[in-house]
Design a protein around this ligand. Structure first.
Ligand SMILES: [Zn+2]
Length: 64
């Protein structure tokens, strides 16, 4: 669940649909658990960074 290799052609439409949903969600800004502002961006898988308080934290693979 943490590698881009999973986007291979051997996955069905069900998975592709789910991935599209997840990607749409991860493009949005997220709420920071420290300052409460929607300034959190995903840095990499499971790592998020808040632009406001500059805190870096881990979350689920796609969103906090
Ligand atoms: Zn913050």
């Amino acid at each position: 669940m943490n590698s881009t290799k999973r986007f291979g052609p051997r996955y069905g439409t069900k998975v592709k649909k789910r991935v599209a949903k997840i990607e749409a969600k991860q493009r949005q800004k997220h709420k920071c658990p420290f300052c409460g502002r929607f300034t959190v961006k995903r840095v990499s898988v499971g790592i998020f960074n808040c632009n406001k308080c500059k805190k870096k934290f881990t979350g689920k693979a796609y969103w906090p």
